[in-house]
Every structure is written in C-alpha cells, then in structure tokens.
Design a protein. Sequence first.
Lengths: 199, 199
Amino acid sequence: MSRPSKHRAAIIAAASRLFRRQGYAATGVNDIVAVSGAPKGSLYHYFPEGKEQIAEEAVLYAGRLVAETLRTLASQHNTAGGMICAYAGLLAGWMEASGFRDGCPITTVLLEVGAESERIAAAGRLAFGAYREVYQMALEGDGLPPERAACLAGVAVAVMQGALVQARVARSGTPILEAAREAGRLFAPPAGQDKEAFI
Amino acid sequence: MSRPSKHRAAIIAAASRLFRRQGYAATGVNDIVAVSGAPKGSLYHYFPEGKEQIAEEAVLYAGRLVAETLRTLASQHNTAGGMICAYAGLLAGWMEASGFRDGCPITTVLLEVGAESERIAAAGRLAFGAYREVYQMALEGDGLPPERAACLAGVAVAVMQGALVQARVARSGTPILEAAREAGRLFAPPAGQDKEAFI
C-alpha cells in the first residue's frame, strides 16, 4: 500500500462524507475528486481499482473515527450505560446540526453494495467489530461476564444503527436518545439479580 | 389516484425488490419495468412523476407488508416478546435464504434519498409508524403503560432495523435473533418491580 499522503487522505474523507449523505451509487468519482480538492491524477494513483477501493477505504476510515469516538467516551464515563448515553447525545446533536442529512457514515454504502462487494462487506465487519469491542470492554468493566458482554455489545451497535435510520426519517434526535437509554437498562443487571443468570 | 391495476402493482412490487437489493440510485426505471413485466407505457401512465413517485409507493407498499406480517405475528403470540422473537426467526430465515442480499425493504432507499425527498421520508415515517403501532399494542396488551409501550415500540423498530444491517454485513442471522431476545428482556418488567417505575 502507498504511503498515506494528504491527497489520499483528502479523497477518503471526501468519499466518506458523500457516501454518508447520498450513498454509493449516487456518488461519482468526479464528485469525490471535486470535494476532496485533490488533483484527479492522485485518485487514479492511489486508487487504481476505482470506486470500490475508495469505498472500502472510506468505510475503514469512518469506522476508525467512530471507534475512536467510542473509546474516548469509554475513557470519560464510568459505565457502559453512561458511555452510550453520552454517545447518543453527540449523535443527536450532530444529526440535528446537519439538518438530519448525516447519519451513520457507513450504513448506506454497506446496504447498497455490501451484498455484492465482499471487500466492502469485510471493511464493514471490521468497523462494526471495532465498535463492538469498545462496548464489550466497557461492559466487562461493569462486571458483566464476557459472553453476556459480547452479546449486549452487538445489540448496542445494532440499536444505535437502527436509531440513526429512525432519526433521519423522523427528523428528530429522540429515537437515538431513547435507544441509548433502553440499551443502558439492558447493560445494568436488575438489582439483586445474580449476574450469572444473564449468561 | 388511479384505480390500482395489475401493472401498477407489478411495478411497485418490482421497484420494492430492486430497491431492497441494490438501492435507489443503482436502480433505473428501465430495470423496474423489465423486472415487473409491465409495458413501459404503464410506468409513465401510473407514475407520471417518475422514480421518486415509484419509490414513495414502494416504501408504502413494503411498509404495509411488514406491518401486516407484524400484525399476524401479534395475533399468534401472547406477548410482545414472543412476537418479536418469532419475527426475528422469520427475518433470519429470509435473510439466509437470499444469501443475505435481502434486508429491510425500505431502509436503503430512506438512507439514500430520505434527506432530500420529503415525500419519500414521509412514506418512511408512515411505514415505521405502522410497525411501532403493532409493537405498542402488543406491549400495552402485556400490561405496560402507554408511554412506556410507545417508547419501547420505537426502540424495537430501531433495534430490528439495525440488526438487519448487522446481519447483512456479518452474513449471519445471529444479530437479528440476539436483538429480538434482548428487546424481549426490555419488554418484560423485572419480576416484582412495580410497572409504574418504568414510565
């Protein structure tokens, strides 16, 4: 792989923004170049395999940003429930600020081409896996057994994804905040109940 | 509105299938006509406003099918938890049978164009609202207070949506089954806890 350059990074960031707002099929490589500000030649230089390769890198890039946000929140909050509620607050604010145009940076691409493109699906699995890992570590930190923490981490990723879709359609951040609050209820074993019963 | 005809219905059903598999932007009206088997003239006759109008109708159509499935399951199961787990079993089976190509019939379109097209977003709100209503009635039937039932119904829709995305990327039905099981835990107030505490 080429050494990362500012043009390469600009192309990936531009593609990520466009895919998030309008999807994969509606975004042409010319749009990506125009938004990135990079010379067109750099697109062919860094991405000889074309749009599919750019999308793979864009999914990995956006996935790393989301995972990094989650890790930062995990370090700032004592419990997984606190972390997911803080994340929901951020997401709802970002969605509102974008007029509910932005959403999950990778879902649209994955739904459009994840079934056809194994390399894009694999990038999605890596990204979602990284999110799950942050939730799982936070949940284990709360004292949940690993198997239960792994299951809940997957459900946390799913509910936040789905809530972003709901928020976009409803033009409201409420579905995100409610999803996080309910996930937080699942995270906390009911008082007095043996944690082992949750495995 | 024109009286429904078999060509109109065939075009909507074909559009719904294609949008689910490959999204809105990648699906041309010629593809829709070809899959529908309807004469091309009928597309212009019934959908003079073009692809956006077809997509609006396709979202409403697919939404009605999903809501009908949910209502059938609600009538067959005594609890909301039983209903959502049965629904998850159906979805996981359908996803597997399609090689994880099918998924939610409306999410991809809504993510691609729901921000730009108010009529498509409105169709999505109607569809999701119909799903929520079925969950809410089932939850109220379980004895949950209306406000709590409404909140959980929204979260149920979100988590199943998100789980379908996870399942498509993971090429596995497990995320759907786990999401339903966890939603079922939320649906059932912990034994001995006053339901009012959940409002």
